[in-house]
Design a protein around this ligand. Structure first.
Ligand SMILES: Cc1cc2nc3c(=O)[nH]c(=O)nc-3n(C[C@H](O)[C@H](O)[C@H](O)COP(=O)(O)O)c2cc1C
Length: 510
């Protein structure tokens, strides 16, 4: 029988996310060198000259708290304090701040409390504020260097952002965008993956900051793209909003009278970050394809079905996941934000302790099972190399019965390091956490926009792992660079599996 060939165009129409993910895959035999054009390096700081500047003091007034407590919304979200500029400034600072500087051959780089692929920092953070003590209603851009809120539009934004917002609604709305060229300058077509993963890292930091002050927040990625980008007044070929966070709050007694939104004259020019920006058609296409709403009556993407294809290794019993008894936390929140860095100097002769492994598993299991992640089909596996009392191998995290099952025995870490563009240091980590999904199933269940959601979720989980590792004084490093097919083949995963992200964790040289 001759099967009809599905043309590339047809595949793109039917499964745009899968198509993009395949198109942006790395293949060992097809890697070409791409010299960076340093003359045209994108700026990592967006500026709004002329906007009124509200400087944010470099001070956070909160008692230290365990970051593992912050990961659990039910423990924190009640009775937030009255909202003011002072408080909002602290939240912005906790969401993203500069943490350290390094020089390199072509200049200098400031690291931040969020990880970012290639330290290219494509994301921007805005807040639409309905008028609070110390800040009038308007749209503000968060300036991360010399922290400040810069007012870019005045007026009431809620009715502009959401068609169906109630007139008496009081909400802060945070908006996370990505400037495409910042990452595509280096990563070309693959950059859209990093726009989403990086946005997830920032989103998670923002949610933790809100929770630290007891605010409940709702993440929304299924918004009207054009409407929101118009309010942000960005040049949507260059920059686009990828996630919103709504935060309800009790308004001050005397609310201001509604002011109409000021015009957006000239603001879109601010989305340009280099003299000569290249537009990657692949990125424009996937962004466009994922801009249609999630399918209504969305179905849940089955996760545990995935593992039914594997037989547990004989003679091994499942590990039940329970909240860890001891957490040897060395550093608490917010200090942990300053200590979070990518650490790759893993030491292979020091196993990860049983208790730390337990904490890492719980952190991941809790997140993956939470309602906002569970519907996305985000699947997680652990590659164990050197963990005290745990046999090396590939372990399946089964969310339905909260267990960890050994599905393949052996130490696969150096094979995985080879599949990750030969990043050898990965072989010395104690454990790799792999996040994958079946993009065909995801798109069939929720539509192409699900790609944004699942990548944002992977980024959020990545940021949690970084912070959790820093709190335990462990090393952690994210990996978005892998030969996609090889990485899946190392573990003999079904061909329909798409690896989204990998994080390595373990003891590092002190
Ligand atoms: C989406 C994403 C992908 C990344 N991929 C890699 C990678 O493949 N290899 C690597 O060594 N670091 C990787 N990193 C880590 C970044 O290089 C690192 O976050 C950045 O240089 C900033 O440094 P810092 O994390 O120490 O602040 C990645 C980070 C992110 C967020």
């Amino acid at each position: 029988m001759i099967l009809p060939l599905v043309s590339e165009r047809e595949e793109m129409m039917q499964n745009p996310a899968l198509h993009y993910h395949q198109l942006s895959s790395y293949e060992r035999s097809k890697m070409d060198s791409h010299a960076l054009d340093w003359e045209n390096e994108p700026s990592v700081y967006k500026e709004y000259p002329g906007g009124e500047v509200f400087p944010i003091p470099l001070e956070v007034k909160m008692p230290p708290v365990s970051v593992f407590e912050l990961f659990q919304p039910q423990l924190r979200e009640e009775n937030p304090p009255p909202l003011s500029f002072d408080l909002l400034g602290q939240i912005m600072l906790l969401a993203e701040m500069l943490t350290g500087r390094a020089r390199h051959a072509n200049g200098e780089i400031w690291f931040r409390s969020v990880a970012s692929a290639g330290a290219l920092y494509p994301c921007e953070l805005y807040v639409a504020c309905p008028g609070i003590a110390g800040l009038s209603a308007g749209l503000y851009h968060y300036r991360v260097k010399k922290p400040a809120l810069v007012q870019i539009r005045t007026g009431n934004l809620l009715p502009e952002l959401f068609e169906a917002s109630a007139p008496d609604e009081s909400r802060l709305v945070f908006l996370v965008s990505a400037i495409f060229f910042r990452s595509s300058w280096k990563y070309r077509d693959r950059a859209y993956r990093y726009h989403l993963l990086d946005s997830g890292h920032l989103l998670e930091n923002l949610l933790l900051a809100l929770r630290a002050f007891s605010f409940a927040a709702q993440v929304e990625s299924n918004f009207d793209d054009q409407r929101v980008n118009d309010v942000l007044a960005v040049d949507s070929r260059r920059e686009a909003c990828l996630a919103l966070v709504r935060v309800p709050f009790t308004p001050p007694a005397a609310t201001e009278t509604a002011v109409p939104l000021s015009p957006a004259d000239g603001l879109s020019r601010r989305s340009q970050v280099a003299a000569r920006e290249k537009f990657y058609e692949t990125i424009q296409q996937i962004h466009q394809a994922t801009s249609s709403s999630l399918l209504s009556g969305r179905k849940k993407v089955p996760v545990d079905d995935f593992w039914s294809r594997y037989r547990p290794v004989a003679g091994q019993s499942d590990k039940e996941i329970a909240p860890p008894v001891t957490v040897n936390e060395v550093c608490s929140y917010p200090d942990v934000l300053l200590h979070r860095r990518s650490r790759r100097n893993f030491v292979s002769d020091e196993p990860l302790s049983t208790s730390s492994f337990h904490v890492v598993i719980s952190l991941v299991a809790e997140a993956v099972a939470s309602p906002s992640f569970a519907s996305l089909g985000l699947t997680c596996g652990f590659l164990v190399g050197s963990v005290a009392g745990t046999e090396p191998g590939f372990y399946a995290l089964k969310t339905a019965d909260q267990s960890l099952t050994l599905v393949a025995a052996g130490n696969f870490l150096s094979h995985m390091a080879h599949a990750c563009l030969d990043q050898r240091w990965l072989g010395k980590a104690a454990v790799h956490i792999l996040l994958f999904t079946d993009l065909t199933a995801l798109e069939n269940a929720v539509g192409a926009r699900g790609y944004r959601d699942v990548m944002l979720a992977a980024g959020r989980l990545g940021q949690r792992l970084y912070l959790g590792a820093a709190a335990l004084e462990l090393g952690c490093c994210a990996v978005g660079a892998f030969y996609d097919r090889e990485a899946v083949e190392v573990l003999e995963l079904p061909e329909s599996t798409n690896l989204l992200y990998l994080l390595a964790v373990g003891p590092v040289k002190k």
